[in-house]
Design a protein around this ligand. Structure first.
Ligand code: GTP
Ligand code: SF4
Ligand code: MG
Length: 394
């Protein structure tokens, strides 16, 4: 779990290390980090589960390095490992394809390169074990994870291909002018974690400060009083979706209103799709299957929204009794064909690439996808109002 001073995982550049068994993937992870983070051995298939290592990688910045099981693993268990490796690829921003220099590129490596190209993942081919061979071929970089040869050059190469990755989406700063006042409505209830704000709230406050604007944070019960105390209207009210109804009633119509999850969807580049997806709630009938998907399992900041509240609201809004399936964390069904609708959480723990994969998969299966905040505001009839401050229309 990250601490408050760390860059959240969803914001870190994800560097996946792929290749055949024994190519030296784990050794490379250790050489890059300068630590014994992953187990190395001459036995093929040593890494059976992905290993995640978060760190500040100079000169790249905050990253998650991910060591994966060999792509050429066989047998039933091996097949599972290959599946895990492929699921890592979904969240990979930059792939390092590790090849044993003394063996050269194999069919499996070419297959991986094909997948990188098809899915638009930038990659570097890393010919490892350069200490064992003198031949010079190479459309890639030769390194030795044992002697450390060229490891710094590899880091520089990663930095240069990651530069084009600089995040272009803004959370809220682009909607604000210096000095604007923004009121944030944050419920402090049983579901709120003790002693801190949740990630989207922290990120929004940070973004407001970056715009040289002013944020005022309050609970819904104090909102009317907060407006009275301000000499001028705030530019925007940003609320937790769960108290939308109350906040919408109390916020005068000439003040912009939106929610953390709507801003998050825009930031991840999926707002239009999730806004269109919300309209499909209207067509839900008895027995239709709805997938409710959450991006994390270990510290569910979203408590029972997905499992209890959303189903209740859907049934009240549609009058229908649909069936629900739930997924959480890295799990997301490959086959979406049986679903009529997907309702996803805000995805604050997922990086844009993973969120984009989920939305793309939904498009491929022609299944509408929406998110908690957008679904709730649609069912409360205030979606138009909540997206009005942003640059799209429903
Ligand atoms: N000489 C030399 N040996 C290396 C180098 N990198 C890795 N090795 C050796 O190659 C063997 C396999 O290394 P690992 O890092 O465990 O390989 P892996 O790709 O993670 O293997 P799996 O986890 O089984 O998929 C070990 O015996 C390492 O010591 C290198 O640069 N030079
Ligand atoms: S369930 Fe989703 S929105 Fe909630 S904390 Fe986890 S990743 Fe973030
Ligand atoms: Mg390994």
């Amino acid at each position: 779990m990250s601490t408050l001073s760390e860059t959240p995982r969803g914001e870190r550049l994800h560097i996946g290390i792929f290749g055949k068994r024994n190519a030296g993937k784990s050794s490379l992870l250790n050489a890059i980090t300068g630590q014994d983070a992953a187990i190395v051995s001459p036995v093929k298939g040593t890494t059976t589960d992905p290993v995640f290592k978060t760190m500040e990688l100079l000169p790249v910045g905050p990253v998650v390095l991910i060591d994966t099981p060999g792509i050429d693993d066989d047998g039933a268990l091996g097949g599972l490992r290959v599946e895990k490796t492929k699921s890592i690829l979904r969240k990979t921003d930059i792939a390092l394809l590790v090849v044993d220099s003394s063996e050269g590129l194999a069919d499996e490596d070419r297959e991986l390169i094909k997948i990188f190209k098809e899915t638009g993942v930038r990659y570097l081919t890393v010919f490892n074990k350069s200490d064992l061979t003198k031949s010079v071929i190479r459309d890639g970089i030769c390194v030795s994870s044992v002697t450390g040869e060229n490891i710094n050059t590899l880091k520089e190469n990663i930095a240069s291909i990651s530069e084009t990755d600089a995040e272009t989406h803004k959370l809220v700063a682009d909607l604000l002018d210096p000095g604007d006042v923004v009121v944030l409505v944050v419920p402090i209830d049983k579901a709120a974690p003790k002693g801190r704000l949740i990630l989207p709230q922290q990120q929004v406050i940070r973004d407001i400060l970056e715009a040289n604007a002013v944020s005022i944070v309050t609970q819904a019960a104090n909102l009317a009083e907060t407006f009275k105390k301000l000499r001028n209207n705030p530019k925007l009210v940003i609320t937790d979706s769960q108290v939308f109804e109350q906040v919408s009633k109390e916020t005068p119509n000439d003040i912009g209103l939106t929610s953390f999850s709507i801003l998050m969807a825009r930031y991840k580049g999926v707002l239009e799709q999730v806004v269109n997806g919300a309209k499909s709630i209207d067509t839900i009938k008895d027995g239709d299957k709805i997938l409710i998907s959450e991006g994390c399992t270990h510290h569910r900041q979203c408590d029972d929204i997905g499992t209890v509240k959303i189903p209740k609201w859907i049934e009240k809004y549609t009058g229908a009794k649909p069936l629900y399936e739930f997924s959480s964390g890295g799990g997301f069904p490959h086959d979406l064909s049986s679903f009529k609708l997907i309702i996803h959480c805000g995805g604050c723990m997922l990086n844009s690439r993973e969120m984009d994969y989920r939305c793309r998969t939904a498009r491929e299966f022609h299944v509408p996808i929406t998110n908690y905040g957008v679904a709730i505001s649609h069912m409360q009839g205030i979606l138009e109002r909540c997206i009005a401050p942003l640059d799209i229309s429903a």
